[in-house]
Every structure is written in C-alpha cells, then in structure tokens.
Design a protein around this ligand. Structure first.
Ligand SMILES: NC(=O)c1ccc[n+]([C@@H]2O[C@H](COP(=O)([O-])OP(=O)(O)OC[C@H]3O[C@@H](n4cnc5c(N)ncnc54)[C@H](O)[C@@H]3O)[C@@H](O)[C@H]2O)c1
Length: 314
C-alpha cells in the first residue's frame, strides 16, 4: 500500500513509518521538523520537509498518490496552545482540513487522523466512551475536537473513508523527554540522569497509558479494515485508542525506579492547574470494530522505553 504519513518524524509517526516499511508498504512523510527529528526518519521513506499549511501540499500529495493518509502532524503542546491559541488552531484545525482536501484530491481511499483524550476534558464517568460529553479544558483539546468535525465536513460525500483516533497517554521509544506532556519520558529521563523525578500533586492521579506499539497496531488494523470506519452518528468516526486501564503516575514512577535500578527519591510539587485527576478511555468500540486490543503490559512497555531512554540520553 502507498501511505502518506504527516508527522512521520515525530514520536508516534516514526514508529508507524518503521512498521509500515517493515511490512512492505511505500511510505512518504510530510513533517516540518518543528518537534520531530531527522534521526527519527526512516531512510526508505520519501521525506518532504514541509508545513501541512503550505499550499504545495496538494501537489506533493497528488505526485505521491497515496491510497491512505495517516495524519499525525499537530501542535501537541498544551502550554503552547494556551500561549498561542491562533497557531494551535491553524495547525490542528486548518491543517487537518488542508490534509483532508489534499487526500481527497489525490484519490486516497482512507484518512486516519490523530485526535486525543483531551477532547473530553474532565470526565463525568469512567471509563470514557466515545459518546461521552466533550468539554475540553484547554485550546489544544478544543482544536482537536474542532478538527474532528472539520474532518467530517471535509470528507463526507467525497468517497474517502475516515476515522478520528482519540489516543490516551501514549508512551514508548522516541518520545521527546523535553516536552511537557510525556509523563513516562519525563520521569524516565530524570532516572536516566540519576536525578530525582518530580511528580505534580500526590501522584495518585491516574492515566490510561498505552504503548506506542499498540497504537501502531491499531493504525495498521484500521488501514486493513474491510468495513467502513466512519459511521453516521456524531461520534461515528471516533475511536478511543487506549487500554481501558488506569495506572497512577506514582505507580509509573515506582515501576521505572525498579526497572532502572536508580534508587533516587521522588519530589512532589503542587498539582498543576488544569490537570485532570483521572482519565481512562473505554476501548470497546475499537475492539469490536477491528478486533484490536492493546496487548503490551505496562511493566514490559516501560522496560522497553527505559532501555531506549538510557541508550539515547547518555
Ligand atoms: N503522544 C501522546 O500521548 C498523544 C496523545 C493524544 C494524541 N496525540 C496526537 O498524536 C499525534 C502525534 O503525536 P506525537 O506524540 O507523536 O507528537 P510529536 O510532536 O512527536 O509528533 C508530531 C509531528 O508533527 C510535526 N509537525 C508539527 N506541526 C507540523 C506542521 N505544521 N506541519 C508539518 N509537520 C508538523 C512535528 O515536527 C512532529 O514530527 C498528534 O496529532 C498528537 O496530538 C498524541
């Protein structure tokens, strides 16, 4: 299959590109390297350094003629979304529309677009299903939610099937530990440096941590799906891509300490304003539609991530 991946030099995108190429697919990557790196790029993937908002995207997409487009490029930093909501909206909403229009014009069969647990905001009940109320609490969550409806408006009636993948907290090799959101990478990097990690709040806050290999497996299954992915209802095209299991931040830190053997203490600082206490996404819909399930136990996923962090930080 010919697959175009936006954000293919980033954390999730590079893992996907490696898996696609290992499976014999032809891959093109569009990435402006704003957070992604050249080191993440696969040598067998065609690479174009380009902002998804660049009008030249249409021609580039038409030249490559992908059967499938996986759209992962985004402004992903919550703090930056608060500081510059216009740019966040431009990249995440207008950018998604631009990619969708280019995909349709190039004759793609399907487009999978990354959304986020951030669309739900503070949940009313756990685990959160796709139809739960959506009240994002920051511009990033709002732009991801707006991108979902913009994608549907752009692709409905074009013959291009589509899905919005609401990822929970993804972790694994190649996640940037200098970012603000990747708890596992940030804690792991502190252990690798022999420094005391900092937990904001008491550490009992929980997240649905999913290993990047499981996210890649979902995308590969969705690309191979023999049934339409986009349904008619408002959340018909949305899929939680998650484990359905809650793990506390404190538990992650204690696993990492045991795995690393770096027996430093853990510092606590006050909880950050706007942090959600508990977030677990119900993956039942994805499981029923694609017979996909997150399979990587968190202990072994963290061990793989630790090996990568300790090899790449030193
Ligand atoms: N990592 C997570 O836990 C998580 C959770 C929920 C949703 N997501 C979503 O998954 C997707 C991938 O996230 P990631 O964690 O791999 O982040 P990442 O920052 O590692 O990857 C994003 C990639 O997009 C590129 N990019 C950003 N803006 C661009 C633009 N205007 N034009 C072209 N390229 C651009 C970056 O250079 C980077 O390579 C994003 O859409 C993100 O919102 C991630």
């Amino acid at each position: 299959m010919r697959v175009l991946v936006t954000g293919g030099a980033g954390f999730i995108g590079s893992s996907l590109v490696h898996a696609l190429i290992a499976g014999g697919d032809a891959v093109a990557v569009v990435d402006d390297l704003s957070t992604g790196t050249v080191a993440n790029l696969h040598p067998a993937a065609a690479f174009r350094s380009m902002d998804i908002l660049d009008p030249a995207l249409t021609e580039m997409m038409a030249d490559f003629a992908p059967e499938a487009v996986v759209h992962l490029a985004a402004q992903t930093d919550v703090q930056r979304s608060i500081a510059d909501p216009e740019r966040d909206r431009a990249v995440n909403v207008d950018g998604t529309v631009a990619v969708a229009r280019a995909a349709a014009a190039a004759g793609a069969r399907v487009m999978l677009s990354a959304s986020s647990a951030a669309v739900y905001g503070d949940p009313e009940a756990l685990p959160i299903s796709e139809t739960a109320s959506k009240r994002p609490i920051n511009p990033y969550g709002a732009s991801k939610l707006a991108a979902e409806s913009a994608l549907a408006r752009t692709l409905e009636g074009t013959g291009v099937d589509f899905a919005c993948m609401r990822f929970s907290n993804v972790y694994g090799p190649r996640q940037d530990w200098r970012g603000e959101g990747g708890v596992v990478a940030i804690l792991g990097a502190r252990f690798a440096a022999g420094e005391r990690p900092v937990i904001y709040g008491d550490g009992t806050q929980t997240r649905d941590f999913i290993y990047v290999g499981d996210v890649v497996a979902f995308i590969l299954d969705a690309l191979d799906a023999q049934v339409p992915l986009a349904g008619g209802s408002p959340d018909g095209a949305a899929y939680n891509v998650s484990t359905g299991t809650a793990t506390s931040v404190e538990q992650v830190a204690s696993y990492l300490r045991a795995i690393s053997g770096v027996l430093v203490g853990i510092d606590h600082e006050p909880a950050r304003e706007g942090d959600i206490r508990h977030s677990v996404l119900d993956p039942t819909k994805a499981a029923a539609a694609l017979e996909w399930r997150a399979a990587q136990p968190i202990e072994s996923g963290l061990a793989i991530t630790w090996r990568w962090l300790s090899a790449n930080l030193r």
